[in-house]
Design a protein around this ligand. Structure first.
Ligand SMILES: Nc1ncnc2c1ncn2[C@@H]1O[C@H](COP(=O)(O)OP(=O)(O)OP(=O)(O)O)[C@@H](O)[C@H]1O
Length: 856
């Protein structure tokens, strides 16, 4: 029995470098399975200065680009003097710091953490103590500050009024000991950003009435505006809320960055009730809790690190807590289930976020999610609606989730997977520096950058460090983020990125889940992503504000081999490996297709997705090439009827699912090794019939037919590697009835089928085409109609150009200067209040300010 050669991993990775690569890959990032990043809190290191010259890469530190931590102290202090909130504590403590150099700001933050007894204190304290840059505050002193604390957290009372909480312990828990949150509270309490918020009373009758309304009532719109600042619901968001009001279970599939949080959070805010949310990562929970508390909404998280005090606080204050975020392990523990029972009448909704983790057919299966079904076995929870939400689920995953969570007659809401503001482009990876250098833009204050906040994803820690070093050598303000760094380093990189202190973060995929930075303009994969679903999820971190953004992949075929090798050596079951291999193949097709990449991507999630009749502007590099006449529009599919028929016949008649495709290809190409198999006349006719096409071409055809569902894999228990090839129902049906068989073309398939041009003949557009979007030619050819001439390349699109507004020479100097000053002012305010700049004002608002220049 022979195995499928094209699928065989190298028995021994070839070069030492390759070997290293593979070994590195086999080290899994602990975050992927069991994230232990805990909460992202205050910046721990602040005494770095903006380098006058760009630093040499320093892989052990992310600390090179701070310049404003020191100057913001005075501003913060001033603010604190005028408020009766926590700021005062910080001021006092900062005067009594120990002698080691440390800024007031750090002292102040430390004082908070000490005073308030951080929930993550144990692990964090040890992390901090090891960090020689810091000096712990005198604990006695900080504790002596305790009585002077005074808060004014608003909570929504059952009568819907605003009440001042007088329970400092509860406040400590909801504040999650974050200095930044107190500052945000200062904003809230002084009404600088938000006006008073209160929920609307919704009794049973109103609930029923609203559940029938296809358009949201004014009260719901008001709540949406008050809590989230959105004027209208996005399509289907209200449908989800009203399905909840009708008491239905739900499965919600909304694309990345669409706004699922509103769907499961608004119900509690409308009803003054409690929602328990299951979330897979601590960092995700922290992010959500932080955001909610900053809005003045009472939310708390419970995970393995939570203390008895945290639990008590919940039980003592259950009436006013709106959200409890729990890990799947926690909620399914006896303690978690007891808590759910105790929540009683206050509990109105159970939300399972990232619900694709339930299914082993998804890209991020977590066994802990499988046990969530036990929630439904509790009689007292039977009537609580359950909502499962995800951005990435195929039809198979959806079915699996619904079945496993025991959703009862769930309402299914789906939005399009298409994120139209994301432009997809793919390049061959050759030389790290040259690959990336061409996409950098020089800016006076930001240094070289990729045209806005950028995440660069790499598959291994080693690669992250290499890319980060290279970028820093090029002068890019970048930092690295992966499991091999200390918690402080990761937190600092994260905070610096959120606050635009750095323009680029180079990370393993551990970075991103739960990171809601809306203005990420580029997601770059340096190296092939894990599979098509991971790719979709990761690229989805770009452009959450709806602004045009670019998703680039740099890859080489060897990345696929490494990914396959990693899969084959995993502990997953055969069935799961097969599924993931399929997802990897789908990704390969997106990366290597000669047609529209977006279509290839979206059709994985939605097989009914219709291919646009003509190439679309702002879609992908392939469409741009087609619009510019550099790529033949007809080349996105290829007719392989004749060759497929030969291949099916050989597989069926000669090998009957007992060998890999390699043997069948050898037979078709007339290899003497297979000659002896000819017995019947048909077999004789087939022997060597495909010798004009290369083995590589046939292997590619095999892959395409597998992807299209015409060929299947069979693996026997004895087989260590590879698989045998077999016909599927589709191929058998086609063989009997079909006339034409078209598959998605790839460069190999296209080139192989082309007749060899006579020597000296000019190359065809498709073969001469460079993969690099940077090399697009201006020499546009007309495809069929003059209208084509009016199309622009994606890089010429006004919306994309707006991203580089500061470099646009045609803009009047005045507006440019104003926009740049607004930017600086925003960063200054963000630093002062320890918020991210986008939280102060989104880019669109600054653009409007600069363009309209209001004078009142
Ligand atoms: N109705 C709305 N109008 C305008 N913006 C909205 C609306 N609803 C949500 N958003 C914005 O969309 C962005 C994404 O929201 P959210 O984090 O809930 O997305 P998500 O669906 O959970 O995405 P992901 O699956 O990628 O985590 C946020 O910046 C949010 O403010």
């Amino acid at each position: 029995m022979s195995s499928d050669e094209d699928d065989l991993p190298p028995t021994e990775p070839g070069s030492p470098a390759e070997k290293e690569d593979v070994e590195e890959l086999l080290e899994t990032d602990p975050e992927l399975e069991n994230d232990s990043f805990d909460d992202i809190q205050v910046i721990e290191s602040v005494d770095d200065k903006l380098p006058v010259t760009f630093p040499e890469p320093d892989n052990d530190s992310n600390n090179s680009f701070d310049d404003d931590d020191v100057k913001d102290i005075t501003q913060t202090d001033t603010m604190s003097e005028n408020s009766n909130c926590i700021g005062k504590v910080s001021l006092k403590t900062s005067k009594n710091r120990k002698t080691k150099p440390i800024t007031d700001e750090v002292t102040k933050k430390r004082a908070f953490n000490e005073t308030l007894g951080s929930s993550s204190s144990s692990s964090e304290a040890s992390d901090t103590l090891n960090d020689s840059e810091y000096v712990l505050m005198d604990v006695e002193e900080s504790q002596s500050q305790k009585p002077s604390r005074s808060y004014s957290l608003r909570t929504r009372a059952p009568d819907n009024g605003i009440e001042e909480s007088n329970d400092p312990e509860f406040l400590v828990s909801t504040f999650d000991t974050k200095t930044s949150l107190r500052k945000k509270r200062h904003f809230l309490d002084n009404g600088e950003f938000f006006t008073d918020k209160q929920t609307v009373p919704v009794d049973e009758e109103t609930k029923k009435k609203w559940a029938k309304m296809t358009s949201p009532p004014p009260e719901a719109l008001k709540a949406l505006n008050q809590f989230y600042g959105h004027k209208t619901f996005r399509e289907k968001q209200w449908d989800v809320v009203r399905n909840f009001l009708a008491g239905n279970d739900q499965f919600v599939l909304m694309s990345t960055g669409y706004g699922k949080s509103v769907c499961y959070q608004l119900p509690s805010l409308l009803l003054n009730s409690l929602t328990v949310v299951v979330s897979p990562l601590i960092s995700l929970m922290n992010d959500q809790v932080t955001t909610l508390v900053a809005k003045g909404i009472d939310a708390i998280k419970l995970d393995g690190d939570s203390s008895q005090k945290d639990w008590d606080r919940i039980t003592n204050n259950i009436a006013r807590i709106r959200f409890i975020y729990m890990s799947p392990e926690m909620i399914t523990s006896n303690r978690g289930l007891e808590l759910l029972a105790e929540c009683g009448e206050y509990l109105s909704l159970l939300a399972i976020d990232e619900a694709h983790c339930v299914s082993q057919w998804g890209h991020d299966f977590r066994s802990s999610y499988r046990h969530l079904a036990s929630i439904r076995n509790r009689s007292q929870l039977c009537n609580i609606p359950l909502i499962a939400l995800t951005a990435t689920a195929t039809v198979r995953v959806r079915g699996d989730v619904i079945q496993n969570l025991k959703l009862r007659q769930p309402r299914i809401t789906t939005t399009s997977f298409d994120r139209k503001n994301l432009y997809i482009t793919v390049h061959p990876s050759k030389d790290l520096v040259n690959d990336l250098n061409g996409f950098l833009t020089l800016d006076k204050t930001k240094g070289p950058h990729f045209g806005g906040p950028t995440i660069v994803y790499c598959q291994t820690k080693l690669m992250v460090d290499n890319v980060n070093s290279a970028l820093r050598q090029m002068g890019v303000r970048s930092a690295h983020y992966h499991a091999g760094l200390t918690k402080n380093q990761r937190e600092k990189a994260h905070t610096d990125f959120m606050r635009d202190k750095i323009t680029t973060i180079v990370a393993t995929v551990a970075f991103g889940m739960g990171i809601d930075k809306p203005d990420v303009r580029n997601v770059i994969h340096y190296g092939c992503p894990k599979d098509i679903e991971s790719y979709y999820q990761e690229m989805g971190r770009a452009g959450r504000d709806g602004g045009p953004s670019i998703c680039r992949v740099f890859w080489a075929p060897k990345d696929m081999i490494t990914n396959k090798f990693k899969l084959r050596n995993s502990n997953l079951t055969e069935e799961v490996i097969e599924n993931q291999t399929m997802m990897l193949r789908q990704l390969e097709l997106v990366l290597s297709t000669m047609g529209c990449r977006r279509f290839q991507l979206l059709k994985h999630f939605d097989p009914t997705y219709q291919k646009p009749a003509v190439p679309q502007p702002d879609c992908c590099d392939q469409c741009t090439e087609m619009l510019n006449g550099n790529l033949d529009t007809s080349s996105s599919t290829i007719d392989v009827s004749k060759e497929a028929r030969w291949l099916f016949q050989v597989i069926h008649e000669m090998y009957s699912g007992k060998t890999g495709i390699g043997k069948a290809i050898e037979f078709l190409r007339g290899s003497t090794k297979e000659e002896w198999r000819m017995k019947t006349l048909t077999q004789k006719n087939l022997f060597g019939v495909g010798k004009n096409l290369s083995a590589k071409w046939w292997t590619e055809l095999g892959k395409a037919l597998r992807l299209a569902g015409y060929l299947g894999d069979v693996r026997t228990p004895q087989m260590k590697f590879g698989s045998c090839v077999t016909l599927t129902d589709s191929s058998e049906k086609w063989f009997l009835l079909g006339k034409e068989l078209k598959v998605d073309s790839t460069p190999i398939l296209l080139q192989g089928k082309k007749e060899k041009p006579p020597p000296g003949a000019p190359k065809t557009p498709a073969t001469s085409r460079s993969h690099s979007a940077a090399n697009q030619t201006d020499d546009k050819k007309i495809l069929g109609s003059v209208k084509r001439l009016t199309y622009k390349s994606a890089n010429e699109d006004e919306r994309l150009q707006n991203m580089k507004v500061e470099n646009d020479e045609s803009l009047p100097e005045k507006i440019r200067t104003l926009r740049s000053r607004l930017d600086d002012l925003r960063v200054e305010m963000a630093t002062m209040y320890e918020m991210a700049p986008f939280q102060i004002a989104p880019n669109s608002v600054l653009d409007s300010f600069a363009n309209i220049r209001p004078n009142s």
